[in-house]
Ligand binder design. Structure first.
Ligand code: UDP
Ligand code: MN
Length: 404
């Protein structure tokens, strides 16, 4: 028979052992283990999943508008808005991009009820961590713009950004100048708000994965790394075209973009070179995520291939400080707050200047009807351009002279 005293002894011993076991278990992540076992009992088929962080479930049907309507119903007191999470819970992965005929701007507007006049948006339920301006150079591409707006608005909303879309519209019929329009966009956007990040975005490029977040890196970011027209690969290492993201500080450090590339080609390589000349590196998203579909098109009227592009590129090292943001001259014609974007119409003049008549002999007809994107032949490439983050071609560019 066990005496009362020894009963107490056993009880204390038992409790002591329990305490030791609990201490050991908690040291080794007791909680994780317990929840792990609970999950095993609940769903025996999840044992194969390795990711502990949120696993990407994907966007249902790849529909860029999926789940966004739940946002329309949220009402949070604006004064007590929590900061948005670091990773938006709405981000899901690949987006299915198609171009249905019959889409109208009215339909895009109907699908984006939270977008305010001027193409402005703030998440309704949390305070955004990032403020991004999208700058789109434009002329005669209304058809492309409609599709871009259809995809870009919900894409940016999925990322819980505070954003505005600016269309920089070149007035008149003189030769198009993409880079100069970007300078206009930079100045006009920064005049309006203190943006953290500017995305310089062709009108015909549709992002295909919402994990490609429209926020800036610590170095200038080339974003359109994998386009369908280049087989979802970079055409060459120094390529900086399509979509790129810079902070105001990056932009000023490289003296913005060149003003004197009239017509198609060269300006994007000049911009890539300026990044290096400004003492910065290029970062890129991973090729899995930086995917874009380009709406197919022919070379535009008024945007003939620029035959001077290679000669100009060879001189960027001498010209970048005296041509750029510090010398961008233009005349603002109008600023209109449209339902889905802010439209800035601008006179950027001609090669002869802002008010002088255009040069007597317009540039020769393009020698190439359908230019291919090729590495520039005569770019001085001895400037270090290191690619950071997720790029498959990690090597700095050494030689781009085997094309054209
Ligand atoms: N662009 C435009 N109208 C023009 C020419 C060009 O709006 O007449 C703009 C538009 O944003 C376009 C970008 O400039 O996406 C780059 O031009 P393009 O698409 O011809 O270049 P590529 O297809 O060779 O990259
Ligand atoms: Mn294009």
């Amino acid at each position: 028979m066990i005496s009362i005293q020894s009963k107490w002894r056993y009880l204390f011993m038992f409790l002591g052992i329990q305490l030791v076991v609990m201490a050991l278990l908690s040291r080794e992540g007791y909680q994780k283990r317990v929840s792990y076992f609970i999950r095993i009992f609940r769903k025996p088929d999840t044992t194969g999943l390795s990711g502990r962080n949120q696993t990407t479930v994907g966007i249902p049907g790849g529909d860029v508008y999926a789940n966004l309507s739940t946002l329309f119903k949220t009402h949070v007191n604006e004064d007590h808005m929590p900061l948005c999470p670091k990773t938006s819970p709405l981000i899901g992965g690949p987006i299915h991009v198609k171009f249905p005929s019959g889409l109208t701007l009215a339909e895009v507007q109907r699908k984006n009820p939270l977008v305010m006049r001027g193409g402005r948006y703030r998440p309704p339920d949390c305070e955004a961590r990032h403020r991004t301006a999208i700058i789109i150079p434009h002329r005669n591409r209304e058809h492309h713009l409609k599709f871009l707006l259809y995809y870009l608005h919900p894409f940016l909303q999925r990322q819980q950004l505070n954003y505005r879309i600016y269309i920089i519209h070149q007035a008149g019929t003189y030769t198009f100048n993409r880079a100069k329009l970007m300078n206009v966009g930079f100045r006009e956007a920064m005049r309006e708000e203190d943006w953290d990040c500017l995305f310089f975005h062709d009108v015909d490029l549709i992002p295909e994965d919402d994990r490609n977040t429209y926020v800036c890196d610590s170095t200038p970011k080339h974003v359109a790394i994998a386009m369908d027209k280049f087989g979802y690969k970079l055409p060459y290492n120094m390529y900086f075209g399509g979509v790129s993201a810079l902070t105001p500080l990056h932009y000023l450090k490289m003296n913005g973009f060149p003003n004197n590339y009239w017509g198609w080609g060269g300006e994007d390589d000049d911009i890539g070179l300026r990044v290096s000349l400004g003492g910065m590196y290029i970062s890129r998203p991973s090729v899995k995520v930086g995917r874009y579909k380009m709406i197919k098109h022919k070379l535009d009227k008024g945007n003939d291939v620029n035959p001077k592009r290679f000669n100009m590129l060879a001189k960027t090292r001498q010209t970048w400080k005296s041509d750029g943001m510090n010398t961008a001259e233009y005349e603002l014609i109008s600023r209109e707050y449209m339902p889905l974007y802010t439209n800035i119409t601008v006179n950027i003049g001609t090669e002869a200047g802002l008010h002088s008549p255009p040069p007597p002999h317009p540039p020769e007809k393009a020698e190439e009807k359908h230019p291919e994107k090729k590495a520039p032949a005569e770019v001085p490439v001895n400037v270090p351009a290191k690619i950071t983050e997720g790029d498959t071609n990690k090597k700095p560019t050494q030689n781009t002279s085997n094309h054209v």
